[in-house]
Design a protein around this ligand. Structure first.
Ligand SMILES: [Zn+2]
Ligand SMILES: [Zn+2]
Ligand SMILES: [Zn+2]
Length: 373
């Protein structure tokens, strides 16, 4: 019987930490949960819950990793070696004191609502770190993803799955390209105009990988059938995101946003807009639901005709978190690589100007690629 169940799995209702708690309480080692005989009785600070000062001695209420809340204990500061956690605790405490009382001097005792806030903040940081690890485990691109919320207590979005390329909906097929180019050098010595030339279009990039076509013109990159290699200058979007980016909580009510942690030069490729490809009728139906929820992640692929739409509401990459601006620093291009069906372009964002490290990335939700001519 049991062999018939191979490959099956059931979601666990308990969190990782709760399962570790159970192991330690039952004094069981479990390699799968990272609890071995060696660390079964180890005490590691998970986070700090409260603070008090008695005479000149400072104490912290410690939540121990792998132990339930009921086992938390008060410890004098000199017993604690978790410098980073202590620093973060005081940073959060000072910021909250300033927000509540306009002063940052640490009191001798914290009122319960303040201590409770600090626990929520610590739990949020833990949840965001875990989400960050999950996103980075799923990305197939070079650029790393960090997550930051210094604004409110919101944690990771509940329903979002990170993907690196289109997820094709039911009844839709992406055809694999049948021919590639035969160039000696795709940029400097192209044969028949390289891959774009096959459909009478221009070569899109300079030798730095910066787009040199005006917005609205399509980009035809080299594909899996081409004679050229990975380093061909006509392979840019297909290499994926290469900048380190940060998903951060905006402080003016716009939810999450994305900022770059590195300088991005003008006309450089930044990211693709990926999601689920659905028919426009299906998009119409979903759009009504999204409108009621007050957010939409639908992007019409209307390069030649409006038949398909990308829905990044549930499946998406970091572009899911990029905000709208009427004066955006990202511009949309339609890109064709291994699929040449003009109704199914890939959507790529390029920098409209130099973007400094730390700047927020934005695109104009209403101004998709200018019409095809
Ligand atoms: Zn070529
Ligand atoms: Zn080619
Ligand atoms: Zn090439």
């Amino acid at each position: 019987m049991a062999e018939n169940l191979k490959g099956c799995s059931v979601c666990c209702k308990s969190s990782w930490n709760q399962l570790q708690d159970l192991c330690r309480l039952a004094k069981l080692s479990c390699p799968a949960l990272g609890i071995s005989k060696r660390n079964l009785y180890d005490f590691e600070v998970e986070y700090l819950c409260d603070y008090k000062k008695i005479r000149e001695q400072e104490y912290y209420l410690v939540k121990w990793r792998g132990y339930p809340d009921s086992e938390s204990t008060w410890e004098p500061r000199q017993n604690l070696k978790c410098v980073r956690i202590l620093k973060q605790f005081h940073k959060d405490l000072e910021r909250e004191l300033l927000r509540r009382h306009h002063r940052s001097k640490t009191p001798r005792h914290l009122d319960p609502s303040l201590a409770n806030y600090l626990v929520q903040k610590a739990k949020q940081r833990r949840a965001l770190r875990r989400w960050e690890q999950e996103l980075n485990a799923k990305r197939s691109h070079l650029g790393r993803i960090t997550v930051e919320n210094e604004v409110d207590l919101d944690g990771p979005p509940r329903a979002f799955v990170y993907i690196n390329e289109y997820r094709v909906g039911e009844g839709i097929t992406l055809n694999q390209v049948a021919v590639g180019c035969e160039c000696q050098d795709c940029l400097w010595a192209p044969t028949g105009g390289c891959c774009p030339g096959a459909s009478l279009h221009k070569f899109a990039y300079n030798d730095q990988g910066q787009v040199r076509l005006r917005a609205g013109l399509p980009i035809y990159e080299c594909n899996s059938r081409c004679r050229c290699g990975y380093d061909c200058p006509n392979r840019v979007v297909q290499k994926g995101i290469r900048y380190d980016l940060c998903i951060f909580r905006t402080d003016d009510g716009r939810g999450w946003g994305v900022r770059t942690l590195e300088k991005i030069r003008k006309n450089s490729f930044v990211m693709e807009y990926v999601g689920e490809i659905i028919t426009s009728e299906e998009a119409e139906r979903r759009g009504q639901i999204y409108d009621r929820q007050g957010a939409t992640y639908l992007f019409d692929l209307d390069y030649v005709e409006d038949v398909y739409t990308v829905d990044a509401a549930y499946y998406g990459n970091i572009s899911h978190f990029v905000n709208h601006s009427c004066d955006p620093n990202l511009q949309v291009y339609n890109v064709f690589i291994d699929n040449l069906d003009e109704r199914l372009p890939r959507i790529a964002f390029f920098a409209t100007r130099t973007i400094r490290a730390g700047e927020e990335l934005t695109f104009d939700y209403n101004m998709q690629a200018p019409p095809h001519s």
